[in-house]
Write a protein that binds this ligand. Structure first.
Ligand SMILES: [Fe+2]
Ligand SMILES: [Fe+2]
Ligand SMILES: [Fe+2]
Length: 481
């Protein structure tokens, strides 16, 4: 839009008509009826809701780091977009009831199949070659066909969603090109054709095509058995020692004798280790049923923040020229223990307990101050936002966990108790040959000092504190073995 006028005397009637929403030519054409719009908007909502479930269900068990992060982000974006469509449906003479209802049996099968496939290549093809692009095209069609003025609010949210979808599809294309070979595509051919049949039977994802009768659902393949969520965290080869609890980051950060710049290095490790929070939170989201939609939306926002924090740690190491894959042993013991030993509510209690700031000395403000003291601008930016995000997470905890407890004190005590009952198999893992709990810190610190051409601080170099018998808040625990 060009609001610049050549002279102040230009009369108002030369302003773009209709606040620039549309030309009179377009606005004098009739548009879709409300009923049709609601039907399509419900399809968009339903598709995003199912895509959110699919992404959440595969964060913990997906070993490839980049995919774990992508599913975390795309779950969040799907939840945000879904929120827009849910509320819009409620504005269009439709009470927002029955939103989780099936829109067409063939569409149910379509998403159930992508959820249930045991092969990651098929899941990626189903999501990024078929589902997301179909949604993108459906939104484009909606924007083109609905009345720009009469249905302005829907058109606006479709345009917002399209911004994210275009990015998701572009990423998906690159991911498919790099992860799925031509041979694998050919091997998946039958199943992909089956997905297309499902979509066609449902009249396309947005239901604008010809639909088959509502009781006709294609015969299920992978989804003939109910999907079982697997919360066991898996990691790729860049995480070669996932049981290693040999470097106690909190003791290091707590120690006033340690130099600030070495603490920044340790904080990059702490950030990267946050990869275990999306792994844990996805299990709470997947296994907690019957909450209001805003619960799932808020929890997924937090999950994505935690994934971003992990990537900030990765960026920190990259900025220092450190090969973290070889020098930093990022474990998955926390998400593993919580997902396999606690109920979803107990896991949430532990998360809240850890996040609501009972560790002031090693807390979020402290980490930001340390970054500033160390004169590291990148770490300062990261810690600044990490801190801001954690304040938001404390609110999410209050809204969805504390509100379910008799009071704040009980909520904190319960979180503390749940964390204490988690059995950490320190000795057991060692005996089973799963880890040596090797102290990898001196090698990392030395490599970093060599890069910078500085002499290692002898105290920092000699650091040798493990998590044996200790929790991250430095409270003593009883090991299981
Ligand atoms: Fe976190
Ligand atoms: Fe964080
Ligand atoms: Fe957090």
């Amino acid at each position: 839009m060009n609001f610049e006028s050549p002279a102040a005397s230009v009369p108002d009637h030369e302003l773009p008509p209709l606040v620039g929403i549309a030309s009179f030519e377009d606005a004098t054409e009739s548009g879709l009826p409300v009923e049709d719009c609601v039907r399509r908007l419900k399809r968009f909502h339903y598709s995003l809701w199912r895509i959110h479930q699919i992404c959440i269900a595969h964060i913990a068990c997906e070993p490839l780091y980049e995919l774990k992060m992508a599913f975390s982000m795309h779950a969040h974006l799907a939840a945000e977009m879904d929120t827009l469509f849910r509320s819009r449906v409620g504005e269009m003479r439709e009470p927002p009831l029955g939103l989780e209802k099936s829109q067409h049996p063939a569409l149910d099968v379509f998403f159930d199949e992508i959820l249930a496939t045991p092969m990651v290549e098929e899941r990626l093809l189903g999501l990024y070659q078929i589902a997301f692009p179909a949604l993108r095209e459906g939104l484009k069609r909606y924007i083109a066909e609905t009345h720009p003025l009469a249905d302005y609010p829907s058109r606006r949210i479709c345009r917002i969603a399209l911004l994210d979808l275009v990015d998701i599809c572009a990423w998906g294309e690159k991911a498919l090109a790099s992860l799925v070979t031509e041979r694998q595509r050919a091997e998946c051919g039958h199943w992909l054709a089956f997905l297309e049949v499902c979509l066609a039977s449902a009249g396309g994802l947005d239901g604008t095509g010809k639909t088959t009768a509502n009781d006709e659902a294609p015969l299920r393949h992978y989804s003939s058995k109910p999907f079982v969520f697997d919360g066991t965290p898996r990691r790729d080869e860049r995480f070669p020692d996932p049981y290693n609890m040999g470097v106690n980051a909190e003791i290091f950060l707590y120690d006033e004798e340690m130099p600030a710049n070495a603490k920044v290095l340790m904080m990059f490790y702490k950030r990267l280790r946050e990869i275990d929070v999306p792994e844990m939170m996805c299990s709470i989201i997947a296994e907690t049923k019957g909450k209001p939609w805003s619960y799932y939306r808020d929890m997924t926002r937090q999950l994505w923040d935690e994934a971003r924090h992990a990537m900030m740690g990765e960026v920190g190491f990259v900025s220092e020229g450190i090969d973290w894959q070889k020098l930093v042993m990022v474990n998955s013991t926390w998400s593993r223990s919580l997902n396999t030993q606690l109920t979803p509510k107990e896991r949430h209690a532990v998360l809240y307990f850890i996040e609501q700031g009972l560790m002031p000395k090693t807390g979020k403000r402290h980490e930001w101050v340390v970054s500033k003291d160390a004169g590291n601008p990148l770490a300062t930016t990261f810690q600044d936002f990490d801190w801001a995000d954690e304040v938001l997470h404390a609110r999410v905890g209050r809204d969805w966990y504390v509100s379910d407890m008799p009071g704040v004190r009980e909520a904190i005590d319960y979180g503390d108790a749940c964390w204490s009952k988690v059995l950490v198999g320190w000795g057991e893992w060692k005996e089973q040959g799963l880890t040596e709990h090797r102290n990898w810190w001196p090698d990392l610190y030395q490599a970093w000092c060599a890069k910078r051409g500085t002499t290692p601080d002898p105290r920092a170099l000699a650091f040798c504190e493990t998590y044996e018998g200790k929790r991250a808040d430095l409270k003593t625990i009883t090991p299981s073995a």
